[in-house]
Design a protein around this ligand. Structure first.
Ligand code: SF4
Ligand code: SF4
Ligand code: SF4
Length: 422
């Protein structure tokens, strides 16, 4: 089997095809500290792409309550169990979190879904370790919504010390998900028809509807369960990365790349999507002023979802601050502790970049910070902190300014006649 460099694992790994990389790669960062599970993203996708007969069970974008929720139900628990069986010595990471772009999280010593599949699966029509969810598991996208971990509560009584940072005793969090448009897509690797392809211009992973025969190998193989089978057409479908918007061919976009529907609809302002440049080995090319590059590779606050699966997902998450670290390390890898430390004590640049989320539906290609006056001096988490009212300016693909915003959000005072109105 050919070898490919997977920088998220810090090593070469086996993949059924020679590695090939797009000109730019579709990627996104979700700051799930801010998600309120309003499901606006979910509905934006549903009402755009999956409102037809036979797509009733299809939620290309979904938001599930962790740890108990999941769509399809138990998707990650089941995949982790398979990986655990394939890695009897544990899913071990070695080395250290570092500035080396080829192994920023150290090295994953266990087997990925590609490597484990080779050892355990027969015949070779099954190339990737996975499983096919049951029909029932696709039925309940909101199961266990808002169900916390912790002691059983009493009616109308708050837990006295259940909610204290750094880790809450009673906790849950919302995990927003779409297809990760993986660098090494398991869906693509598993398709016996070669019906799945990665677009060379933006790395969006699509299923050729004419070539697909509905064998559901992609559904079985995708460890994130983001490829879905449509019973009435007998063809599989998945998130299309809203490619007309990304291309700038949507009538609303005026020829400029726009963020997808689920990103643009986000009420919590936690989603940012972009297009990043790659090196010949699949690592990210240094683009110091691209906000995604900054969040993933400089500030290192945004981490891949289940990197140990081995698909090199292009979805990155700022982990929720209040959740037990062991759980987060399993979900986001060894980068969790430094990421949370940095997020809880942001420097001047990180504070500015965090303001870029959801001020515009245009894709941001670079940013610039203009320094402003000191507006606050005090203490945060036991450390001294100074806040400056810097201005951050976002630029599009054409190098023109999209918008500018400040750290200090303006305060609007409602006129007296509107005090009690919306
Ligand atoms: S998340 Fe799943 S469906 Fe999407 S590209 Fe990766 S393997 Fe394929
Ligand atoms: S990128 Fe587009 S198609 Fe994909 S989940 Fe978001 S809205 Fe749906
Ligand atoms: S729209 Fe944003 S805040 Fe609302 S559920 Fe989706 S990710 Fe969370």
């Amino acid at each position: 089997m050919p070898k490919a460099h997977n920088w998220q694992l810090g090593r070469e790994m086996e993949f059924p095809y020679e590695a090939g990389f797009p000109k730019r790669q579709f990627a996104f960062v979700f700051n799930i500290n801010r998600c309120l599970a309003c499901q606006s993203c979910t509905m934006a996708c549903k009402s755009t792409w999956t409102f037809s007969k036979g797509q009733e069970h299809m939620w290309w974008a979904n938001v599930e309550t962790k740890p108990y929720g999941g769509y399809p139900q138990w998707w990650d628990v089941k995949t982790l169990k398979l990986l655990e069986e394939a890695n009897p010595d544990g899913q071990i990471w070695s080395g250290k979190v570092s500035d080396d772009p080829k192994q920023p999280y150290g090295q994953f010593a266990g087997k990925t879904v590609f490597e484990a599949g080779q050892k355990t699966l027969k015949p070779d029509s099954a190339r990737v370790l996975g499983y096919l969810p049951t029909d029932e598991e696709w039925n309940l996208p909101n199961i266990y919504e808002d169900n916390p971990v912790g002691e059983k509560g009493a009616k109308n009584v708050y837990h006295r010390d259940g909610a204290q940072l750094p880790v809450h005793k009673t906790w849950f969090f919302y995990l927003a998900r779409i297809c990760n448009h993986c660098t090494y897509p398991a869906c693509l690797a598993a398709c016996p028809r070669k019906a799945i392809y990665k677009r060379p211009e933006d790395g969006i992973v699509l299923i050729n509807q004419k070539e697909c025969r509905g064998y559901r190998k992609c559904v079985e193989a995708c460890p994130y369960k983001k490829s879905m089978y449509r019973g009435n057409t007998r063809i599989s479908e998945k998130c299309v990365g809203c490619y007309p918007r990304v291309e700038g061919s949507d009538p609303e976009s005026n020829g400029q790349p726009m963020e997808t529907r689920c990103m643009a609809a986000c009420i919590g302002q936690l989603r940012m999507q972009g297009l990043v440049l790659l090196n010949p080995d699949g690592t990210w090319k240094e683009e110091r002023k691209n906000p995604l590059y900054y969040l993933v590779h400089v500030a290192k606050v945004a981490l891949p979802l289940y990197p140990q699966f081995g698909t090199a997902p292009n979805g990155y998450y700022i982990p929720p601050r209040w959740v037990p670290r062991e759980y987060l390390r399993q979900m986001f890898g060894p980068g969790v502790d430094p990421a949370l430390e940095r997020y809880a004590n942001p420097d001047r640049e990180l504070l500015a970049v965090l303001q870029l989320f959801r001020r515009s539906a245009r894709i941001i290609f670079s940013y610039e910070i203009q320094e402003g006056p000191k507006v606050y001096e005090g203490e945060l988490n036991g450390k001294p902190v100074t806040i400056y009212n810097d201005t951050v300016i976002a630029y599009g693909q054409d190098g023109k300014e999209i918008f500018r915003t400040t750290i200090d959000e303006p305060v609007y005072v409602r006129p007296a006649q509107h005090v009690n109105s919306l």
